[in-house]
Design a binder for this molecule. Structure first.
Ligand SMILES: Cc1cc2nc3c(=O)[nH]c(=O)nc-3n(C[C@H](O)[C@H](O)[C@H](O)COP(=O)(O)OP(=O)(O)OC[C@H]3O[C@@H](n4cnc5c(N)ncnc54)[C@H](O)[C@@H]3O)c2cc1C
Ligand code: SF4
Length: 573
């Protein structure tokens, strides 16, 4: 029986040290916008004070993907507001595929569709741009590198460095560690980057961010963060099916009133269509499979009519934080700041976070610049970031939807009622602050659910796929281009596998097999186990969506970065 060995920091290793002014962990829209704004501020300062000492040489961005943008997956529709502030006139050179010129919202039943007579204001997208976040971030990353800031690709932030209650930098991942967590002949220890300011821009459910939130109890007094997982396919379709700039949202089928979620279809250029389904990670039935949900969705006659005869060219999945304003932790402390999805700056009503991630990056850059000038990166200076967020349009936008997702905790119809009420009361609804429960608390045990799945039956278990319109998980996964060094310890850390084998196999039937969109988790036959099954892992399949870290009902899974460079290859996503 293969023993599972998990990635844990190697002890008693001499690690190279590097001094840094600012280290930004994560080169997505938030991290790249932060780096670019910081560079602009330094340039402006030098123009006014030619003999100033500030330099860009010691500003680093760490990105775990082999190339910038390769782990970036989004819808994506870009609200250009923050980009216009960061780089006025950016439209002339950025990779924008189409501008939204028509939008529609449908409620689907199993075979019917009802178009909402008017598009609800939050889903009006005229003027927003259809982009590939992968291409967009690559372009933004190029701009950052042109300024002289170093982007280390293939390097993950694997641990935070502390001095008492201060964050004093980041340790990068050890390279060349074998399956038994032992150094190989090509072993290279991670660097200790000692930074005056450490900025966490890791995106959804950041692994260092999670550690920081736990260490300093930053989530106390906040609503628990809640999440959805978006499963996406990129299609090339026969011409005339979805126009460039056409935007379609759907609610309803295949979900029932017990699950939260919906789909998007965005028309890009060259007959490329981005489509995907976001399923709230607060569904009750542990057998539900979000990749299956997308396959069901595509079989709806309306959706099938758009895709039939086309070809699926790319697949991926990623979680997104839904919790809104009340779930955002304090975003600055001694030596650190948190940006973008890592903080939870996402408007779940609009399915948009890119513009907020960028804006948060800009505000953090202004704060970091101040800190460098004053040589003070304590809370007294970095706390300005919190104040800047609170007085910016980030708060204006998120405050209006502060209770949106919580309104759906009791199901779809209650959600519509609350959303309607909130629309007329500036986001308040019945209470100023609606409470929330962590999504995994909604998961029910098999003994509480109908054995045949009842109304949810069609969403449960693995999708079979016909190889044309629908796909099983492994076929889809193949289209994510995922690759990892195989000889390394598992970066999915299960803190107690006895719980998987002795309790979960019976109580929930192994929901990880279902919620993981990449077939990483398997319950394999093992007669020596009480329920005849044992947990087994294929970490090399992981697309870094973080769903397991979020949705596991016992909360015993921790995602940590694998050896830098490994992961999906989200070209065009
Ligand atoms: C399915 C889906 C559809 C969406 N649709 C839209 C849309 O249409 N419009 C919109 O505006 N928003 C949309 N969003 C939200 C939007 O994509 C996010 O809000 C946005 O990408 C957040 O940017 P970020 O920089 O905070 O994080 P990310 O884009 O996630 O970038 C984080 C980066 O950090 C890297 N990283 C993470 N951890 C580490 C580490 N420890 N060390 C080194 N590197 C690390 C990652 O590899 C990644 O490159 C969607 C999200 C999803 C999942
Ligand atoms: S193992 Fe976890 S993070 Fe990786 S693809 Fe599966 S659910 Fe996502």
């Amino acid at each position: 029986m293969a023993m599972l060995v998990f990635r844990t920091p190697l002890q008693n290793i001499d690690r190279p040290q590097m001094d840094a002014d600012v280290v930004i962990v994560g080169g997505g829209p938030a991290g790249m916008a932060c780096a670019l704004r910081l560079s602009q501020l330094i340039d402006e300062h030098h123009a006014k004070h030619p003999d100033a000492q500030l330099s860009k040489e010691n500003i680093y961005v760490l990105e775990k993907a082999r190339e910038v943008g390769q782990h970036c997956l989004s819808g994506a529709l870009l609200d250009p507001r923050s980009m216009r502030e960061l780089l006025p006139g950016f439209e002339k050179e950025a990779p924008l595929d189409a501008q939204c010129n028509q939008e529609a919202v449908y409620f689907l039943t199993k075979s019917g569709k009802f178009k909402l007579p008017i598009t609800p204001p939050p889903l009006r997208d005229h003027g927003n741009y259809v982009i590939s976040l992968n291409k967009f971030v690559k372009w933004l990353g190029g701009k950052v590198e042109e300024t002289g800031i170093t982007v280390f690709t293939g390097f993950a932030g694997s641990e935070l460095l502390y001095d008492g209650d201060r964050v004093v930098g980041v340790r990068t991942d050890d390279k060349g560690v074998d399956k038994q967590n032992q150094p190989k002949s090509n072993f290279e220890p991670g660097y200790d980057l000692k930074a005056k300011v450490t900025i966490l821009a890791e995106g959804t459910r950041g692994s260092l961010t999670k550690e920081l939130i736990d260490k300093f109890s930053l989530a106390k007094d906040r609503n628990p963060q809640t999440y959805g997982v978006g499963v996406k396919e990129l299609w090339e379709v026969p011409s005339g099916r979805v126009a460039p700039g056409e935007v379609i949202y759907t609610m309803g089928w295949p979900l029932t009133t017990k699950e939260y979620g919906g789909a998007w279809i965005y028309g890009s250029k060259d007959n490329i269509v981005s489509l995907g389904f976001v399923t709230g990670l607060d569904y009750p039935d542990p057998r539900l499979d979000p990749q299956h949900v997308l396959q069901d969705f595509k079989q709806h006659p309306f959706i099938a009519s758009l895709l039939t005869g086309g070809k699926m060219i790319r697949y991926g999945a990623k979680s997104l934080p839904y919790g809104g304003w009340w779930a955002i932790p304090p975003v600055a402390g001694n030596g650190w700041m948190i940006l973008g999805d890592s903080a939870g700056f996402l408007n779940s009503q609009r399915l948009k976070g890119i513009h907020l991630a960028i804006k948060s990056g800009m505000l953090a850059a202004e704060t970091a610049f101040d800190a460098l000038q004053k040589s003070d990166s304590s809370l007294a200076t970095l706390g300005q970031f919190q104040k800047k967020v609170d007085s910016s349009w980030i708060k204006d936008e998120l405050w209006k939807v502060r209770n949106f997702h919580q309104g759906f905790e009791k199901g779809f119809f209650a959600g519509l009622f609350h959303a309607g009420l909130q629309q007329f009361t500036g986001g308040r609804g019945l209470w100023n602050r609606y409470p929330a429960h962590a999504g995994h608390e909604h998961m029910e045990k098999l003994s509480q659910l109908p054995a045949d799945g009842g109304a949810e039956a069609h969403l449960l278990g693995p999708a079979k796929g016909d190889g044309k319109l629908t796909f099983d998980k492994l076929t889809d996964l193949y289209h994510s281009g995922t690759k990892h060094e195989e000889d390394q310890p598992s970066h999915l850390i299960i803190h107690d596998t006895n719980i998987c084998n002795e309790r979960c196999a019976k109580e929930y039937g192994g929901p990880c097999e279902n919620f993981c969109p990449a077939n990483v988790y398997e319950l394999v036959e093992d007669a020596s186990q009480p329920h005849g099954k044992r947990i087994s892992l294929n970490p090399a399949n992981c697309v870094h969506c973080k769903t397991c870290d979020i949705a596991d009902p016992y909360q015993i899974i921790t995602w940590v970065p694998p050896e830098g460079g490994g992961g999906p290859n989200y070209d065009g996503m």
